[in-house]
Design a protein around this ligand. Sequence first.
Ligand SMILES: *[C@@H]1O[C@H](CO)[C@@H](O)[C@H](O)[C@H]1NC(C)=O
Ligand SMILES: *[C@@H]1O[C@H](CO)[C@@H](O)[C@H](O)[C@H]1NC(C)=O
Ligand SMILES: *[C@@H]1O[C@H](CO)[C@@H](O)[C@H](O)[C@H]1NC(C)=O
Ligand SMILES: *[C@@H]1O[C@H](CO)[C@@H](O)[C@H](O)[C@H]1NC(C)=O
Ligand SMILES: *[C@@H]1O[C@H](CO)[C@@H](O)[C@H](O)[C@H]1NC(C)=O
Ligand SMILES: *[C@@H]1O[C@H](CO)[C@@H](O)[C@H](O)[C@H]1NC(C)=O
Ligand SMILES: [Cu+2]
Length: 388
Amino acid sequence: MLFTKLALPVLGLPLISAGPLAARTATESLQDLNDQALSSLQSQYDNSTTEKRAGSTCNVFNAKVRRDWKTLRPGEKKEYIAAVKCLQAKPSIADSTFAPGAKTRYDDFVAVHINQTLSIHGTGNFLTWHRYFMQAYETALREECGYTGYQPYWNWLDNTSDPSKSPLFDGSDTSFSGDGVFVAHNGSVNGNGNVYIPSGKGGGCVTSGPFVDYVINLGPIFPIQDGMEAAPETLGYNPHCLSRDLSAFTASNWLTLGNVLNVTIGDASRSVLLFQNELQGRFTDGFLGLHTAGHGVMGGVSGDLYGSPVDPVFFLHHGMVDRVYWIWQALHPSQAKTIAGTITLFNTPPSRDTSPNDTIDLGVNAPPQKIRDLLNTLGGSPLCYIYN
Ligand SMILES: *[C@@H]1O[C@H](CO)[C@@H](O)[C@H](O)[C@H]1NC(C)=O
Ligand SMILES: *[C@@H]1O[C@H](CO)[C@@H](O)[C@H](O)[C@H]1NC(C)=O
Ligand SMILES: *[C@@H]1O[C@H](CO)[C@@H](O)[C@H](O)[C@H]1NC(C)=O
Ligand SMILES: *[C@@H]1O[C@H](CO)[C@@H](O)[C@H](O)[C@H]1NC(C)=O
Ligand SMILES: *[C@@H]1O[C@H](CO)[C@@H](O)[C@H](O)[C@H]1NC(C)=O
Ligand SMILES: *[C@@H]1O[C@H](CO)[C@@H](O)[C@H](O)[C@H]1NC(C)=O
Ligand SMILES: [Cu+2]
């Protein structure tokens, strides 16, 4: 008896430490959640006909699959990167009076995000707006630049202790370039002025990889890194480099399994309002939230709420935001199509509630769509995808 009493706590240890019976890693636990989301959608399949839009044949079994960047083969990664560079080389098709600084098709996406920033963040359309923005981008990569895959995502839970080791940021020819060159500065003030982020090992232009010569034409509008200057005009021409200051501080503090679990199955998963608010942050509590933190991990030009799409990793970061939204929706079928919030940033100035009948207009980048048609990733035109 004595032996048993003493041994019990010791026997318990291997369950929480590394070893053959160890708890699953953060990435594996999130994969389990993704698998549950998929099972949930599969079990809802019989009734999916009532949800389909007229003429759609999309369902959970034939939907396109969006994958983790790290699982793409080197050739697939290079094909994606080549298509991004193709969009960055094709001329803009937007009206030049709308965004005089937009020179390329890639800039057309950045310009619409800059123009609408105050009505697409901290609003009721935040989730669907960015979902459709990514869909439009994926379509442009495929139809205008010959990409044959689907939009990949950045798995936040990997390499948080050193983002420069991540396959997205390791500076290799299958990455999106690495950290910026070291520039002494006093960090960034993120979270709408509430959260101080110490400087990392970068701060300046990226020094290696595919985007080393990339010239950004638009922004920044509201830079948050010490010493970074705003462009003279909001949508004017302001050529500059891709800067980064990879932040292990931000990644390890906020890109955590605990925060993903909170929004998908925890306290913050109880309504779409709690979900979207927790994802975007509780800034006055000093809490960045997964969405804001992801931009903050990249630092540099990505710290600008308006111009953040200038960094091509924006679309992989929002792929992960959308994956988490998709998981939440799949695990909360009775609430999946609810929306909450108003049409102005943090309801400032005060405004009416967002309606499912509101239109999301991406300008030259895609036909306008109603929010209600963007709530289901299996709804068919324009959406038909799942995550794995
Ligand atoms: C499908 O609809 C029927 C009738 O409304 C309902 O009883 C059943 O639970 C639904 N199945 C799923 C998987 O939601
Ligand atoms: C720019 O934003 C304004 C205000 O939100 C909007 O009325 C206008 O349609 C937008 N233009 C484009 C091209 O997105
Ligand atoms: C980056 O994360 C992946 C996935 O968790 C892991 O396999 C890899 O070892 C990490 N790389 C480094 C250098 O830590
Ligand atoms: C950082 O802050 C210190 C102390 O306030 C100041 O002396 C220094 O000039 C600042 N450096 C930059 C790059 O702003
Ligand atoms: C989970 O989210 C809720 C709602 O925003 C928040 O009050 C709570 O502090 C979060 N829990 C943790 C452990 O972060
Ligand atoms: C949305 O539009 C439909 C038909 O156009 C209408 O029946 C419905 O009441 C509207 N919903 C809201 C919330 O305004
Ligand atoms: Cu945005």
